[in-house]
Design a protein. Structure first.
Length: 131
């Protein structure tokens, strides 16, 4: 089972003359924790604050679907208390494509998220041992 656990940052497509020129990271993050909680976060760069825009729990139901039980959503308040089924696919090891249908909206939504990676850093020795 391909696990969706991880921290991700949304990618935004950049177009020039109706041609996709690049993808760049947005100010939105999604955290799907191993304890089955999820958080969507907006990073407001200008005033140096971050806002949790949606939160709840999730359950992965197959290799390509998971369901978010939304406790609170400030971006889509109509989803508060709802279950939202999402389809996902890993485009590559660190690129996650998510698609879903919001209630009352005619077209499905599709998002691309890039995994936020923690490099393997060697922990500095705070107190050198003297023997």
């Amino acid at each position: 089972l391909a696990s969706v656990v991880g921290s991700y940052r949304a990618l935004i497509d950049a177009y020039y003359n109706n041609t996709l020129t690049s993808d760049f990271a947005s100010k939105y993050m999604k955290i799907l924790s191993s304890d089955k909680n999820f958080f969507n976060i907006h990073l407001a760069i200008t005033d140096e604050r971050a806002v949790i825009t949606a939160m709840g729990t999730y359950a992965q139901t197959s290799d390509c679907t998971y369901v978010e039980k939304i406790f609170k959503s400030i971006t889509d308040p109509e989803l508060t208390g709802a279950d939202s089924k999402l389809k996902f696919e890993f485009i590559s090891e660190n690129l996650l494509q998510i698609s879903y249908q919001l209630p009352g909206r005619p077209l499905p939504s599709k998002e691309i998220w890039v995994r936020v990676i923690q490099p393997n850093l060697k922990q500095p020795e705070l107190f050198p041992q003297t023997l």
